[in-house]
Design a protein around this ligand. Structure first.
Ligand SMILES: Cc1cc2nc3c(=O)[nH]c(=O)nc-3n(C[C@H](O)[C@H](O)[C@H](O)COP(=O)(O)OP(=O)(O)OC[C@H]3O[C@@H](n4cnc5c(N)ncnc54)[C@H](O)[C@@H]3O)c2cc1C
Length: 162
């Protein structure tokens, strides 16, 4: 990916990146639908293996995003947390503090039932902090999408008034 402007805001500590993933809850997934961009907000789960990130999404078994991913599995994602507006003495000193992650990857519609159950458990863990298990029937009524993340960057803009 391109070099980040404002590199002093780049987050490279993996523990900090995990905190961003735990807090964000909603991810915007960008696809290429034919010759048009298509972006969908979704809840997600993830697993970080060393620095290798894999994201799981779930949803209905049909729809535009699944059609788009089947035709072109290249995706881009971003997620944001700790969004806090701050004030300044002049308009241009107002701003917004945040932490965010974005990256590119390859989407795969998971067919293996055991991996679907794993993806759903990871999703619930990320979303609720709790452990849930799924049976084959529960897994069969939804689609599970795995994003194998090829590259990601994270960024933190602190509140200058704190
Ligand atoms: C905070 C949040 C979390 C969500 N979490 C999930 C999730 O975990 N799993 C999940 O499957 N869905 C989730 N959704 C809904 C998701 O954004 C999509 O609506 C849904 O996944 C269907 O996508 P699709 O491409 O199959 O839509 P389709 O129904 O096939 O889309 C057809 C058309 O409907 C319109 N459309 C679709 N979705 C939206 C939308 N969200 N807002 C406005 N217009 C829309 C667009 O014009 C699109 O071209 C979430 C939405 C929000 C806001």
């Amino acid at each position: 990916m391109n070099r980040m402007t404002r590199r002093e805001r780049q987050v490279t500590d993996i523990d900090e990146i995990i905190k961003i993933l735990d807090k964000s809850k909603v991810l915007h997934i960008g696809m290429i639908d034919g010759d048009e961009p298509y972006v969908v907000p979704m809840n997600y789960g993830y697993i970080m293996n060393g620095e290798k990130l894999t994201i799981y999404l779930h949803g209905a078994r049909r729809g535009r995003k699944l059609d788009a991913m089947r035709k072109n599995p290249k995706v881009f994602f971003e997620a944001v947390c700790d969004v806090t507006p701050f004030e300044g003495d002049v308009a241009c000193k107002y701003g917004i503090a945040y932490a965010s992650i974005m990256g590119r990857g390859v989407a795969e519609i998971v067919e293996d039932v055991e991996e679907k159950k794993l993806g759903l458990s990871l999703l619930m863990k990320t979303q609720t902090g709790k452990d849930f298990t799924f049976d084959d029937k529960m897994a069969s009524v939804v689609s599970v999408i795995k994003i194998g993340v090829l590259e990601y960057t994270a960024k933190h803009r602190p509140n200058p008034n704190k």
